[in-house]
Design a protein around this ligand. Structure first.
Ligand SMILES: Cc1ncc(COP(=O)(O)O)c(C=O)c1O
Length: 318
């Protein structure tokens, strides 16, 4: 019951139709896995392939290995969004799905979902959107007046969406969610469970942690849309503060942040990250882009930013 209500809240937020359905799962990896499991089984192709952005989360590497799907990575444009032409070039008779990011893990980049949807529909393919991070940011950005493209079920080719309440949804770990536009997508991932009181299952995990559904439900109930909007507003204010502080300290931003993720470079970013760790600041280094990456989660404040940039300046001038 709590799972149904939590899923229904997310479906409503992400403009799902009445036929939409979904499950609370362990996180983005399992949600992406279920989406591709459904797409692969529905397609019934001997040598299945999926086209993902070069920036797709590494969960797709694992998933394709497990499901025996060839992972085809499409190049990005200069804004780190997947290039729709590159996606189309890589679609062939073996393609079972196209994947888009709505908030890439590295930079928070949002792929051109509407254009990818047209391509997917032209080829009769499902478009899966990995909004593990962005699914609980983008809807509120728009309400706050930021430019944010459509990325959810309001785009007709989007057949499934990953969204993680345990990221920007403030729920306890593990709480992910997979949503499908149409419950028919479940037919090919159904398992009969004859001796149980619930006679069928659609998730990989059998007995699932009820606490995850309860956590998501409780946060949605207590925060409401207004609460999430407030949190996203605060995160974006801290993000823009960090951006201007970094620029003032002459660090190069990799790209203009489209949500509360900032990536920047110093003279030697890998060295910088190691030194920051030594000073108690545990931030991530992205080898693919040779940059430092920071996610401004709801607990971060302008005071944290000032202290962090002070340490950065000291290290850069050492
Ligand atoms: C865009 C995206 N997809 C998938 C995942 C995987 O999520 P999880 O670690 O919850 O399995 C992440 C995690 O950071 C992510 O950012």
């Amino acid at each position: 019951m709590l799972e149904k209500e939590a899923v229904a809240s997310l479906i409503e937020l992400l403009h799902g139709p009445a036929s939409a359905t979904g499950f609370v799962v362990s996180g983005g990896t399992e949600a992406n896995l279920l989406a591709l499991y459904s797409a692969r089984n529905a397609a019934k192709i001997d040598k299945p392939e999926v086209v993902v952005p070069e920036s797709a989360h590494f969960s797709f590497d694992k998933i394709c290995d497990m499901l025996n799907i060839k992972l085809v990575k499409a190049r990005l444009d200069s804004n780190y969004r997947v290039d729709p032409e590159a996606v189309e070039e890589n679609v062939n008779a073996n393609t079972i799905a196209v994947v888009a990011n709505a908030g890439s893990a590295e930079l928070g980049a949002v792929d051109p979902v509407a254009e990818l949807s047209k391509i997917a529909e032209n080829y009769g393919l499902p478009l899966h959107v990995d909004a593990a991070f962005g699914g609980l940011v983008l809807p509120f950005l728009r309400e706050l007046g930021y430019a944010a493209n459509d990325f959810d079920f309001s785009v007709s080719g989007v057949q499934s969406v990953t969204v993680d309440p345990h990221k920007m949804g403030l729920a306890s770990i593990p709480t992910g969610c997979i949503l499908f536009r149409d419950e028919n997508a479940l037919r090919c991932i159904r398992t009969d469970t004859p001796y149980l009181t619930a006679p069928i299952q659609f998730t990989f995990v059998g007995t699932r942690p009820g606490a995850s559904a309860a956590a998501a439900w409780a946060v949605f109930e207590s925060m409401g849309r207004e609460g999430f909007r407030r949190i996203v507003k605060r995160c974006m204010n801290v993000t823009s503060f960090l951006k201007s502080e970094l620029e003032e300290a002459h660090f190069e931003l990799v790209t203009k942040p489209s949500m509360n993720i900032i990536a920047f470079r110093g003279e030697d970013s890998k060295w910088l990250v190691a030194r920051l760790r030594g000073r108690g600041w545990c931030v991530s280094y992205v080898p693919r882009l040779d940059c430092v990456r920071i996610v401004l989660m709801p607990h971060t404040t302008k005071r944290h930013v000032l202290e962090f940039v002070q340490v950065l300046r000291e290290l850069a001038n050492a």
